[in-house]
Design a protein around this ligand. Structure first.
Ligand SMILES: [Fe+2]
Ligand SMILES: [Fe+2]
Length: 240
């Protein structure tokens, strides 16, 4: 079978170092990824030949199984791009929901439900991002910079990661509720411009959230776990 037809998960399972290349191209390589290499290239707008060429070099790399993802740079990028987006767009959408609910809430009560769910989701996300910025991301940076085992007050980086993943799952459930209430972001026939703008802003907000959570769940968090594991293994190999 040609490499393009094989699934990403299978390719990584066969040679874990391939994850290094998939991370470089922001291709999801977790067990959940059912895409073939060809489909993943298409989805990410990548030239398949370039990706195959990068994958072929993996044989020449050292046997170090850890992916040298830049934890600090990725954390900073997530804050600059996605946390800033949530902080800027959330209040805008809340203002639109306020207006649409006030003017059309009687005709379409789902606008009022939408307002409540979005407010909850946005508030939860604001708190969630503070936890990442004040606790988890600084620890990820420390993990990257140190050459020795560092201790976290809660034991392992796995603990805050678990909390963040649970927050993400809740955000996904809230997003699904919003998609349902907006009929997958299709405004009603009678919708005025405010409703149309609201639906397209909500869609963009949730799309950005999907990318944001993908970067954390599938790239940043696994890389932080691997780095912590690597430091622990080094200590076991070099007893004092
Ligand atoms: Fe985040
Ligand atoms: Fe997050």
């Amino acid at each position: 079978m040609q490499i393009l037809e094989r699934s990403i998960a299978e390719l990584v399972n066969e040679a874990p170092l391939r994850a290094r290349i998939f991370e470089e191209y922001a291709i999801d390589y977790t067990c959940n990824s059912k895409l073939s290499l060809a489909e993943a290239c298409k989805k990410n707008n990548l030239d398949p030949e370039t990706v195959i060429n990068s994958l072929s070099k993996i044989q020449l790399l050292s046997h170090d199984p850890f992916v040298p993802i830049l934890l600090g740079a990725l954390s900073d990028e997530i804050i600059a791009k996605h946390h800033t987006y949530v902080r800027e767009q959330g209040p805008r959408i809340q203002t639109l929901l306020e207006k649409v609910g006030r003017v059309h809430g009687e005709k379409e009560p789902r606008f009022l439900e939408l307002k409540i769910i979005f407010e909850h989701m946005h508030l939860d996300l604001m708190l969630h991002m503070l936890k990442e910025e004040n606790v988890l991301f600084p620890y990820c940076k420390q993990l990257e910079q140190t050459k020795e085992v560092i201790s976290m007050h809660c034991g392992s980086v796995a603990m805050p990661i678990q909390v963040m993943e649970s927050d993400h799952a809740q955000a996904r459930a809230q997003s699904a509720e919003i998609e349902k209430l907006t009929d997958q972001f299709s405004p009603p026939d009678w919708a005025c411009n405010s409703v149309k703008v609201l639906y397209s802003e909500l869609k963009a907000y949730i799309e950005d959230l999907d990318v944001h959570m993908h970067l954390e769940n599938n790239l940043l968090f696994p890389a932080a776990l691997r780095r912590e594991d690597q430091l622990n293994t080094q200590v076991k190999k070099e007893p004092a």
